[in-house]
Design a protein. Structure first.
Ligand code: FAD
Length: 321
């Protein structure tokens, strides 16, 4: 099969249950902005149609071999060999970033890590990054070969147009024989909440020390449920035991890039901002008018959250009714 000269090879994550990960749409959308997206799926051929529906111009399917990550990197190497892409793009998920980094090492390519945007100049594909806690935006480009770029989940809104029937190439991959951890069994964590997952959520409501207690934090849950949002927290709220560590947003927690981020009783320390500053719209409610969160907020309410948030919830519910 022949591939377009401006092909972007897009590694799509496959979940343990065998579906395309949610990041697929944003990755293909990002690739379509700078070239022709060619999806690589290391998994079931049936997923090719899903990739085409999300805008893959063509799809390469490789059967997974034994082991963790190594078969994906083997497939990436083989796919890059046939596609000769202008860039290789992967999700900045745990799986995606490991495969991308290993691929970059194996092929001696330059790696641009945790991009929040892609563009193209006369010399090739350029990655945009939000760095130093979101205080600076920088571009990165490689001086040799095709860049390998991981993209922060949720950071790119662009969506590619669905492709009615994308050609599918089944790639036979010769295993590299490199050492790989074996997967003995997979047990999916039971999701006990109907809320969206924090990573990759379109809306996030986060609470901080200002909630005062675990019971007080219920207000964050209530607002999140009215908005259909995921729930996050500052480290101070986690350290105080209001919520588990998996809720933490920030430098040492989860990085999010939602359409809407609502910060309740969060001061806006640089380590918190590092994980949420790329949100499209930031709303802050804080009783301290000088709290640093207001420096980056698009909308701010100075007031006691225990007064403001119940009113906000009532207004949103009234609008829904
Ligand atoms: P505070 O800074 O105590 O702010 C509480 C806010 O609530 C205040 O602004 C106050 O005015 C407001 N408030 C209080 N009561 C009310 C009320 N009734 N109504 C309205 N507003 C009210 N932090 C993170 O969040 N994520 C990280 O990943 C992270 N990583 C870190 C890594 C390192 C190496 C270090 C050193 C720190 C890290 N931190 C992280 C901690 C960070 O520095 C801050 O301490 C933390 O973010 C503060 O959390 P907070 O805003 O909830 O608490």
């Amino acid at each position: 099969m022949t591939y377009a000269d401006d092909s972007i090879l897009v590694l799509l994550d496959v979940t343990p249950s065998g579906a395309l990960a949610k990041s697929a749409a944003g990755l293909l959308g990002a690739a379509a902005q700078v070239g022709t997206p060619v999806a690589l799926i290391v998994g079931d051929e049936k997923l090719a149609a899903d990739a085409a529906a999300l805008g893959a111009a063509s799809v390469i399917v490789a059967s997974p071999g034994e082991g963790l990550v190594v078969p994906v990197v083997d497939a990436l190497v083989a796919a890059a060999d046939v596609v000769r892409p202008d860039a290789v793009v992967a999700s900045h998920s745990i799986e995606g970033r490991e495969a991308a980094a290993r691929f970059a090492v194996r092929t001696r390519s330059g790696l641009a890590y945790d991009a929040v945007g892609l563009s193209r100049d006369a010399e090739g594909v350029v990655a945009q990054h939000s760095v130093f806690g979101g205080a600076y935006s920088v571009d990165s480009a490689v001086t040799w070969g095709a860049p390998v770029i991981t993209i922060r989940q949720g950071a790119i809104d662009a969506r590619a147009e669905a492709v009615a029937s994308a050609p599918v190439e089944k790639l036979s991959v010769t295993p590299s024989g490199r050492k790989a951890a074996a997967v003995a069994s997979v047990e999916e964590a039971v999701v006990s909440s109907s809320r969206p997952e924090l990573r990759g959520a379109a809306k996030v409501v986060s609470g901080g020390r200002g909630l005062g207690s675990g019971d007080g934090f219920a207000l964050v849950d209530q607002l999140a449920d009215v908005l259909g949002a995921a729930v996050g927290a500052s480290r101070a709220a986690v350290d105080a035991g209001y919520v588990p560590q998996s809720y933490q947003v920030g430098q040492t927690g989860v990085s999010v890039s939602p359409q809407l981020y609502v910060a309740l009783g969060i001061s806006g320390a640089i380590q918190h901002k590092a994980g949420m500053q790329t949100a499209k719209t930031i709303v802050a409610i804080n009783k301290d008018a000088d709290a640093p969160i207001f420096e980056i907020a698009d909308y701010g309410v100075v007031g006691d959250l225990f007064t403001v948030v119940p009113q906000l919830i009532a207004a949103l519910e009234a609008k829904k009714a």
